[in-house]
Design a protein around this ligand. Structure first.
Ligand SMILES: [Zn+2]
Length: 187
């Protein structure tokens, strides 16, 4: 919904955004044994081109190392897509049934449920909660980011068919929210 002084317009939209970018302007930051000519600013200036509000809406940020020729020669040991699809389908069933039990059927997945519902169904144990509190302070989570971390953690627990959201699920969810720059600061 876009609201301006005299006008308000609603566009139907339920999207899943998948995007990729280079780590820095020259595209080589993070490569073993490589140093950008412009130093650290090559990465920080480049990554700052994505606005904070946009980045805040991207829940899963993953660094992907460059593929080498030897990677291509290696035998294929990755999990097959069909096996992953089965795991995802099971997790979605768990979520749909949970929302039905709660009478919160406006959502069928964790991604689309309201903040109050996610707070109820993803409340972590004490050690998970202290981790979440620390990370929220250190990384300056917005309210949106806080709820999105809970949603990702709930989904990670569902993928393992775990009834409760534990510290390990939160740690993984928080790691997906850290940009490479923040990771470098935290290291
Ligand atoms: Zn660079």
């Amino acid at each position: 919904m876009i609201a301006r002084a005299n006008h308000r317009v609603t566009y139907p939209a339920r999207i899943q955004l998948v995007a990729a970018m280079n780590p820095c302007r020259c595209g080589m930051a993070g490569e073993p044994g490589y140093r950008c000519l412009r130093g650290d600013r090559c990465r920080t200036d480049y990554q700052a081109r994505i606005s904070g509000p946009l980045l805040d809406r991207i829940d899963l940020r993953i660094e992907v190392p460059a593929v080498s020729a030897s990677d291509l020669i290696r035998p294929d040991r990755a999990e097959k897509s069909a096996a992953v699809a089965l795991r995802v389908a099971r997790a979605r069933t768990i979520q749909r049934e949970r929302f039905e039990r709660l009478g919160a059927t406006s959502a069928t997945t964790n991604a689309h449920c309201s903040p109050s519902v996610i707070e109820e169904i993803a409340m972590p144990d004490a050690s998970g909660l202290s981790l979440l509190r620390d990370a929220s302070e250190k990384l300056g989570f917005s309210a949106r980011a806080y709820h999105r971390v809970l949603k990702v953690a709930r989904t990670l627990a569902d993928l393992e068919a775990s009834e409760t959201v534990g510290r390990i699920h939160l740690a993984e969810a928080i790691s997906y929210r850290m940009s490479s720059e923040r990771m470098a600061q935290a290291a």
